[in-house]
Design a protein around this ligand. Structure first.
Ligand code: SAM
Ligand code: DTB
Ligand code: SF4
Length: 318
């Protein structure tokens, strides 16, 4: 069964303790949990497509698509169905099992939901799992997306409740939790994670993961993004996170959410092969695959295939 169950409730203190374990002890725990629940050599591949780019009214400090920051991004209207389907076909040919459509909206309009639903139907017909990330959802929008065949909805908590206000002012943490509840209510699987390397501290990383782990049921998919620093955004000059703290975040996510797919998400383009290998060892078992994320670059698909060969990893078809 792919649906994660609720194994236990975690406290922030327990999660901080996990983060503070010696690196090798934490990895040992994470590796054991990973092997108990997953094939340690299989990695799920999701391909992203930005179906509506830029001009977003929100003020997320990390985001190149916010209309408030001068990032030089060319804004684009909702992509025609045919172009979305072409991109999905290419993703499937390249070996992805899931296709994730992202839109720079605060929340979609009725007409947006109609168009996206048609795209979801068409992508699903190709035999791909479908995922969308469109901002905050109303109940009827969540229901409509579910009816169109949407398997996953991505909506991130991004960081801890306390640090959140430093990053976004145009929607609350509770708004995000409410959307996640509507996604669940409609019967879709939840893809929910966050971003590290935004200047938060260990306590914030613990706060993000404990909130995710105590969702009931836990999210099936947990993207852990390392901030992609985009010129023009308020976070463009944020200090780099120690790469070992990134690995620790993956390992703690794996321990807290044993059955979830933990995705090594944004930020791979600037990670070494060795760092990525450590992330897979620590329990990451999903990646964004394809040369582009939404608007920024991703690790090249060729390089990923080579890395998988060198590590004996295989794409997971689930
Ligand atoms: N507009 C919708 C929303 O915010 O819900 C959907 C698209 S939004 C780009 C999806 C997620 O991408 C954000 O929640 C954030 O976690 C991630 N993201 C955006 N910009 C990023 C960056 N520069 N580095 C890492 N992750 C980023
Ligand atoms: C997620 O957690 N990360 C993805 C996806 N969900 C939508 C997006 C990463 C975006 C990175 C910046 C960009 O390419 O615009
Ligand atoms: Fe808009 Fe989403 Fe970017 Fe926030 S993360 S500015 S809501 S596109």
């Amino acid at each position: 069964m792919s649906t994660a169950t609720q194994p236990r409730t975690w406290t922030r203190e327990q999660v901080v303790e996990l983060f503070e374990l010696p690196f090798n002890d934490l990895l040992f725990r994470a590796i054991n949990v990973h092997r108990e629940h997953h094939d340690p050599n299989a990695v799920q591949l999701s391909t992203l497509l930005s179906i509506k780019t830029g001009a977003c009214p929100e003020d997320c400090a990390y985001c190149p698509q916010s209309a408030r920051y001068k990032t030089g991004l060319k804004k684009e209207k909702l992509m025609p169905l045919e172009q979305i389907v072409d991109a999905a076909k290419r993703a499937k040919e390249n070996g992805a099992s899931r296709f994730c459509m992202g839109a720079a909206w605060r929340s979609p309009k009725d007409s947006d939901i109609e168009e996206v639903s048609a795209a979801v139907r068409a992508v699903k017909e190709l035999g791909l799992e479908t995922c969308a990330t469109l901002g905050m959802l109303k109940e009827e929008h969540a229901d409509a997306l579910k009816d169109s065949g949407l398997d996953y909805y991505n909506h991130n908590l991004d960081t801890s409740p306390e640090f959140y206000g430093d990053i976004i002012s145009t929607r609350t943490y509770q708004d995000r939790l409410d959307t996640l509840e509507r996604v669940r209510g409609a019967g879709m699987k939840v893809c929910c994670g966050g971003i590290v390397g935004m200047g938060e501290d260990l306590n914030d990383r613990a706060g993000l993961l404990v909130t995710l782990a105590n969702l009931d049921p836990q999210p099936e998919s947990v993207p852990i993004n390392n901030l992609v620093k985009v010129a023009g955004t308020p976070l463009e000059s944020t200090e780099d996170l120690d790469p070992f703290d990134f690995v620790r975040t993956i390992a703690v996510a794996r321990v807290l959410m044993p059955k979830s797919y933990v995705r090594l998400s944004a930020g791979r383009e600037v990670m070494s092969d060795e760092l990525q290998a450590l992330c897979f060892l620590a329990g990451a078992n999903s990646i964004f695959y394809g040369d582009k994320l939404l608007t920024t670059g991703n690790a090249a698909a060729d390089a990923d295939r080579e890395l998988f060969d060198r590590l004996g990893l295989t794409p997971d078809q689930k």
